[in-house]
Design a binder for this molecule. Structure first.
Ligand code: NAD
Ligand code: TDX
Length: 339
C-alpha cells in the first residue's frame, strides 16, 4: 500500500518511517512535512534514495497542496504525526498550535473524504487527559478517561482528537486514534527533557529542572511507539482509540540524575528553575486495550533505552550540535534566560 506519513522529518515520524521501510518493504512511504524548526531533512538522508520512499515539503494546512498530493499518490492510508509538539512553545505562542494541530488535521481528513482512503490514523498524546495526582498511583489514564487538557498544546491535540472521531461518526471516515505517553530515543529535538539534559550535560551547562522535579512522566522508547502505531494502522478497529504506554513512570529529577550518572557528570549541574505554567503533575497510561486486542507489548526497558539514547547522542553530535547552534540559541535564551 501507499502510506502518506505527515511530520516524518520530526522525531517520532522519522523513526516510524525507518520502521515501516524495514518492516514492510512492499509498501510505498510518502513523507509530507513542512520542515518547521522541528523538522530536519538530514534525519531522512539514509532513506532519501530508496525507490519506495518519497519526500514532499508540504504544509498540512495548505489545502490545494494536500489535495494535489492525494490526487498524485492516491494513498491507501495516512498517518498524521505532523504537529507543533512542545508544551513550552505553546505557552509562549498558542496560535500556530491551533492552526497545524486542528486545522491541519481537518484539511488532511477532508482530502481523505474527497479522494477516498482505507485508513486515517491520528497520532495523539496522553496529555489530552490532563494530569493525575502524584499520590494516587492506583489511577491510570484509560481510553474512557474524560479529556481535560491543561496547556494550549494539549488542548489543540484534544481538539484534533474530537475532530477525528466526529469525521468518523458524521462521514464514516475510517479512522483510528492512538494516544501515547512520553517518547524518548534517537532524533528527538533537544528542547525536550531527555535530549536537552544530555546535550547540556555534554556541554557542562546547567540542567534546568522545573519546580522541584517531582512531576512524573510515563516513558516509552520511540521504536515501541512506532510498532504500536503500525499495529493499530493494520489491525486496529475503525473508530477506536488505543492508549500506548509501558508502565514506566519516573520523576523528572530521577531521570536527570540518571543521565548525569551515565555521562559521569556531577549532579551539581542540576539547577531548579521557575516551574512551567499549568505544569501537569503526573501522566500514566493504562495500555490494557492495545495489549488485549492487538497483542502489543513494549520491548525496550527504560535503563536499556536510555543507554541506547545517550549512545546515539554521543555518536551523532553533529546532528544536535547543528540544531543548537541555530535558532535554538534565541529560543533557549527566551525560555531559560533569567528563569
Ligand atoms: P516533532 O516536533 O519532533 O515533529 C513534528 C514534525 O511535524 C516536524 O518534522 C515538523 O516539521 C512537522 N510539522 C509541523 N507543522 C507542520 C505542518 N503544518 N505541516 C506539515 N508538517 C508539519 O514532534 P514529535 O515529538 O515527533 O511528535 C509527533 C506526533 O506525536 C505529534 O502529533 C505529537 O503530538 C505526538 N506525540 C508525541 C509524543 C512525544 O513524547 N514526543 C508523545 C505522544 C504523542
Ligand atoms: O528543561 C526542562 N526541564 C524540565 O524540568 C524541560 C524541557 C522539561 N522539564 C520537565 C517538564 C515535564 O514535566 O520534564 C517533563 C517532560 O517535559 P517535555 O520533554 O517538555 O515533555 P512533556 O511536556 O511531558 O510533553 C511531551 O510528552 C507528550 C511531548 O513534548 C509532547 O509532544 C507529548 O505529547
Amino acid at each position: 500500500m501507499t502510506v502518506i506519513v505527515t511530520g516524518g522529518a520530526g522525531f517520532i515520524g522519522s523513526n516510524f518511517i525507518f520502521h515501516m521501510l524495514s518492516a514492510h518493504p512492499e509498501d510505498r512511504i510518502v513523507c509530507a512535512d513542512k520542515l518547521t524548526y522541528a523538522g530536519n531533512l538530514s534525519t531522512l538522508r539514509p532513506v532519501m534514495e530508496e525507490s519506495s520512499f518519497r519526500f514532499v515539503k508540504l504544509d498540512i494546512c495548505d489545502r490545494a497542496g494536500v489535495y494535489a498530493l492525494f490526487e498524485e499518490e492516491k494513498p491507501d492510508a495516512v498517518v498524521n504525526f505532523a504537529a507543533e509538539s512542545h508544551v513550552d512553545r505553546s505557552i509562549e505562542d498558542p496560535g500556530v498550535f491551533l492552526r497545524t494541530n486542528i486545522i491541519g488535521t481537518g484539511v488532511l481528513m477532508d482530502a481523505c473524504r474527497e479522494f477516498g482512503i482505507g485508513r486515517f490514523h491520528q497520532v495523539g498524546t496522553d496529555e489530552v487527559y490532563g494530569d493525575l495526582p502524584l499520590d494516587r498511583s492506583d489511577l491510570l489514564f484509560t481510553e474512557e478517561t474524560p479529556l481535560r487538557a491543561s496547556s494550549p498544546y494539549s488542548a489543540s491535540k484534544a481538539g484534533a482528537d474530537l475532530l477525528v472521531m466526529a469525521y468518523h461518526r458524521t462521514y464514516g471516515l475510517p479512522v483510528t486514534l492512538s494516544r501515547c505517553s512520553n517518547n524518548y530515543g534517537p532524533y528527538q529535538f533537544p528542547e525536550k527533557l531527555i535530549p536537552l539534559m544530555i546535550a547540556n550535560c555534554l556541554n557542562d551547562k546547567p540542567l534546568p529542572v522545573y519546580g522541584e522535579g517531582k512531576n512524573v512522566r510515563d516513558w516509552l522508547y520511540v521504536e515501541d511507539h512506532c510498532r504500536a502505531v503500525d499495529l493499530v494502522l493494520r489491525k486496529g478497529r475503525e473508530g477506536e482509540c488505543y492508549n500506548i504506554g509501558g508502565h514506566n513512570e519516573m520523576h523528572n529529577i530521577d531521570i536527570v540524575k540518571l543521565i548525569c550518572a551515565e555521562l559521569g557528570k556531577p549532579e551539581s549541574l542540576i539547577t531548579f528553575v521557575t516551574d512551567r505554567k499549568g505544569h501537569d503533575q503526573r501522566y500514566a497510561i493504562d495500555p490494557a486495550k492495545i495489549r488485549r486486542e492487538l497483542g502489543w507489548t513494549p520491548e525496550t526497558g527504560f535503563q536499556d533505552g536510555l543507554r541506547k539514547t545517550i549512545r546515539w547522542y554521543l555518536d551523532n553530535r553533529s546532528w544536535w550540535e547543528e540544531i543548537i547552534s541555530g535558532e535554538y540559541q534565541s529560543y533557549y535564551q527566551r525560555m531559560y534566560g533569567g528563569r
